[in-house]
Design a protein around this ligand. Structure first.
Ligand code: V47
Length: 380
């Protein structure tokens, strides 16, 4: 069924030919894939591209997320996590709390320690440097992954330094990788309406490029399913692809479906939905977005099906729609759960492996940088 003639009937003949010839897709291809009525035809192309890159491998990581604080100077309208200093529900962990969480690994070091919070008004860069140095000493095997580009910009502004200096200091303290959050949607009008204080798209990409040039890898992401259009998604993906051509440090792309509880944006959208919002969230839209991401991002090795925000069942289906990574054990997560994510807080290694095998793929235990780890290494 999924042959040349069928794609020609769908108006996707040129796209189909480009995928088979391993040629770069155009933004118009991306938009045609979003408009195509047959989701399976789009998914089949993404599965083809995913299989060419990774065979039947699906990656997972034994990791621990640590949210150091939810106090944040920004007021992103989609965020259910942030609080003002001293507000009900605000928290800031002590250095000791952070280290205790990272060491709570049953004696089997996590392959990734993932540290994010908000743009805190008071916590200084040297406070974090001490923590990362201590963690690196106590768990030299763990890859330290911390902050988004947005926090790098925040430290630079707050401490009157340039972003390169902030990045170099974090690298010296042991950070190997930046996390992928904070990209949201680059389209200036949408960005201004959903996260007005956040650094703009050009700034995001510039700092990501600086990190890559210093040898700090990173992930990248897109927050979708709110007020953006398909065209905004395609432009966002193409901007990431262009940056990757220049600096090459993005390991993985994470499509983050908007979680619609406890945030102002969700309230506004609920109001619109009652009047027939065409962008209303659906599982099928999530799968399609993952597939189009795989097809457009030909130079970013991995696509993550983040089970926390997609839900476990959709994350499993996503492995057939272009994703090749499930993220990991997580242990504790607040950003998605406070915004309505309904999955458990943690999965263990066996559960992740079974999820992958049940879908017909071969699990690969990895570290944060996607280096495969030896079979049988460390059980949690
Ligand atoms: O930066 C916030 C997003 C991000 C909502 O790098 C929301 O491997 C949906 O970036 N609905 C944090 N998304 C999560 C993140 C991440 C997660 C897992 C792995 C990695 C990685 C990165 O979550 C934020 C923001 O973009 N976010 N609120 C919401 N209501």
């Amino acid at each position: 069924m999924f042959n040349h003639a069928y794609y020609a009937r769908l108006g996707l003949q040129a796209t189909y030919e480009r995928v088979l010839a391993e040629e770069r897709l155009t933004p118009e291809d991306g938009e045609a894939l979003f408009a195509c009525p047959d989701l399976h035809a789009v998914g089949a192309l993404a599965l083809y591209a995913r299989t060419r890159m990774h065979g039947d491998k699906t990656y997972f990581v034994r990791n621990r997320h640590i949210n150091y604080s939810n106090v944040c100077v920004n007021q992103c309208r989609f965020c259910a996590f942030r609080r003002d200093t001293g507000a009900t529900g605000s928290f800031t962990l002590s250095k000791e709390d952070i280290i205790t969480r990272a060491l709570d690994d049953g004696g089997h070091p996590f392959a990734e320690i993932h540290v994010v919070g908000g743009c805190h008004p008071d916590l200084r860069l040297d406070w974090f440097e001490d923590i990362f140095r201590a963690l690196k000493k106590l768990r030299p095997q763990a890859v330290l992954k911390a902050f988004t580009v947005v926090e790098i910009h925040h430290f630079a502004q707050r401490e009157r330094r340039n972003t390169l200096e902030v990045l170099q200091r974090l690298k010296n303290a042991g950070i190997a990788m930046l996390t992928g959050g904070g990209a949201e949607i680059f389209a200036p009008d949408v960005r201004k309406s959903i996260c007005p204080e956040k650094i703009n798209g050009e700034g995001y990409l510039r700092i990501a490029g600086e990190a890559h040039n210093l040898g700090i890898a990173g992930n990248c992401s897109m927050l979708f399913g709110h007020v953006e259009t398909h065209q905004d998604r395609v432009s966002h993906l193409c901007a990431l692809r262009e940056q990757q051509d220049k600096s090459g440090g993005f390991e993985c792309f994470i499509p983050l479906p908007f979680q619609s509880k406890n945030n102002i944006l969700a309230e506004e959208l609920a109001d619109k939905a009652s009047r027939g919002n065409p962008m209303a969230d659906s599982g099928l839209d999530r799968l399609r977005t993952i597939a189009v991401s795989r097809l457009l991002l030909d130079n970013i090795p991995h696509i993550k099906a983040y089970w926390v925000m997609l839900g476990i069942k959709t994350a499993q289906a996503a492995l057939h729609f272009g994703a090749d990574d499930l993220d990991g054990t997580i242990m504790e997560e607040r950003i998605g759960h406070m915004a309505g994510a309904e999955e458990v807080q943690a999965l263990d290694r066996r559960e992740l492996e079974n999820m992958i095998r049940d879908c017909g793929f071969t699990p690969v235990n990895r570290d944060a940088l996607f280096n495969p780890l030896p079979i049988g290494s460390d059980i949690v």
